[in-house]
Write a protein that binds this ligand. Structure first.
Ligand code: MLC
Ligand code: AMP
Length: 460
């Protein structure tokens, strides 16, 4: 068992008045500990708690409270529609939602008050209970709960601290959502574990990143591509120590424009909800467009090459940062692993002779990455099929300059408009899962087995 995840927070270090700031509202380390202590007392003994994960100090307090109480935390996207919210609450068995207003889903809510103070509970985290249960989309069906152990987070953050020379001297800046690995695990828990300051900008706009004056910046590729389109903002990042991109492929032109405008090359890192970050470019290593770096300490990778794959194939990983399974889904957990226990990422990768990795695509077209969000085509198709006017639906991710991919739905439907269908999906699921465009067809192209041929849809 590695050292307790939040030991640097709870270890009695001197207070830091500006430890965390969310859209201009600042919390000291003692504010955070006191308020998280109050949350920990309130939820003690719960099987798990959900946190309405707005990008605010309340979310940091609630998550830290859960971790200190040893109660698994389930971050809820704050804009989750009723279908998605109900699924996450039922599937996780969360007993309470911290933050937000009560909703018609039978689960009590409790407010989070950052002014409350209580001593930390004596209880320490039970290593057999997960720290976090993060919901993430698969190719079909509703999102699955990914069980993330305390030790996996510790191993990931300590690995990243080493490869990026990330210390308490840093000021981390980002404006990412707090219900995924990137913004929450790296972006909040990473700052707390390393002791660095965190400036959360509320939204990841170029102007807010430029104004934050940090040393270490995190962003998804869409954030970086928006920053290079605002040269004056981009130039203000020239004094930063490290610009980090992840969650999707950083286009090479954006990499080069960032270098031209800031004088420094970004580092890329690769990961997944199920594995946390497994591969990263080192701060003192080579930074090359399209290369996501080398395995973190203790992590191993291999390529499951198809015959004559030319060194390219599915990336498999093993090591200390992996999840412990999908909640209540032993068959899905087994299917996601090889017989010898490696996790199948579903990403197609190549290993260069110097040991650096390139991610070249995904095995399935049914997992879409848009703005760094992972979206399962099946979940959006099911939402569309719930609309009474829709007879058939096929959802794909088409190339998009700003978002990497954009969600496009092809439907067979009568008597309904594109706008109405987009709003209908947004009313059930998180808003980032809504299609950007809907195309109406007479029939979906299908193969002899009756399966939609999604490759034929592009351009229809
Ligand atoms: C969007 N809009 C729409 C629409 N789609 N309106 C109508 N119909 C549609 N179909 C609206 C939005 O609500 C918004 O409105 C405006 O249009 C702009 O939307 P957008 O282009 O999506 O931009 P934005 O909302 O700014 O989002 C871009 C982004 C966001 C980059 C900020 O995608 C983001 O936060 N991505 C981060 C995802 C992430 O953290 N992933 C990590 C997963 S963990 P308005 O009114 O709101 O302006 C992981 C592991 C790892 O992957 O390796 O890290
Ligand atoms: P998620 O589970 O939301 O964390 O999404 C994980 C997926 O994001 C991975 O399976 C990859 O497809 C993608 N991803 C993450 N980081 C990168 C990267 N640096 N380059 C390319 N794809 C990435």
């Amino acid at each position: 068992m590695t050292a307790a995840l939040l030991s640097s927070l709870t270890g009695g270090a001197a207070d830091r008045p500006d430890a965390l700031s969310f859209a201009g509202r600042t919390l000291s380390r003692e504010d955070l500990l006191g308020a998280a202590g109050a949350v920990a007392h309130r939820i003690a003994g719960a099987a798990s708690v959900a946190v309405r994960a707005t990008p605010t100090a309340e979310t940091a307090v609630a998550v830290v409270g859960g971790l200190l109480a040893g109660v698994p935390v389930v971050p809820l996207p704050p804009d989750a529609g009723p279908v998605e919210r109900r699924h996450i609450l039922r599937d996780s068995g969360a007993e309470l939602v911290l933050g937000g207003e009560p909703e018609d889903d039978g689960v009590a809510t409790a407010p989070v008050d950052v002014r409350e103070r209580a001593d930390l509970p004596a209880r320490t985290a039970d290593p057999d209970r997960p720290a976090l249960i993060l919901y993430t989309s698969g190719t079909t069906g509703a999102p699955k709960g990914v069980l993330i152990p305390h030790d996996a987070i510790t191993a990931c953050l300590d690995g990243l601290a080493e490869v990026w020379q990330w210390t308490a001297e840093d000021t981390l800046v980002h404006g990412l959502p707090l219900f995924h690995v990137h913004g929450l695990v790296l972006g909040v828990l990473g700052a707390l574990r390393t002791g660095s300051r965190l400036v959360h900008t509320g939204r990841p706009t170029p102007e807010a990143y430029a104004a934050a004056g940090g040393s270490l910046y995190f962003g998804v590729p869409t954030v970086w591509s928006r920053i290079v389109r605002e040269p004056a903002a981009a130039r203000r990042l020239a004094g930063a120590r490290l610009l980090v991109s992840g969650s999707a492929a950083l286009p090479a032109p954006v990499f080069r424009e960032l270098e031209a405008l800031t004088g420094q090359r970004p580092v890329e890192r690769y990961g997944m909800t199920e594995t946390l970050i497994t591969v990263a470019a080192r701060a003192d290593g080579e930074r090359v467009p399209g290369r996501v770096g080398v395995p973190l300490p203790g992590t191993r990778t291999r390529i499951a090459e198809v015959e004559d794959g030319g060194g390219i194939g599915e990336l498999e990983v093993s090591g200390p940062t992996l999840f412990s399974g999908y909640l209540g889904r032993p068959e899905d957990t087994a299917r996601a692993h090889t017989a010898d226990g490696w996790f199948r990422t579903g990403d197609i990768a190549a290993l260069d002779p110097d040991g650096t990795h390139r991610i070249v695509g995904r095995a399935s077209t049914d997992l879409i990455k848009s703005g760094g969000y992972r979206i399962g085509a099946g979940e959006v198709e099911n939402a569309l099929l719930d609309h009474p006017a829709v007879a058939e639906a096929a959802v794909v991710g088409l190339p998009h300059d700003d978002l990497g991919q954009e969600i496009v739905a092809y439907v067979v439907a009568e008597g309904v408009t594109e706008r109405a269908l987009i709003d209908f999906v947004a009313g059930q699921l998180s808003v980032h899962k809504r299609p950007r465009r809907v195309r109406f067809l007479e029939a979906l192209p299908r193969n002899a087995m009756g399966k939609p041929q999604k490759k034929l849809l592009e351009g229809l």
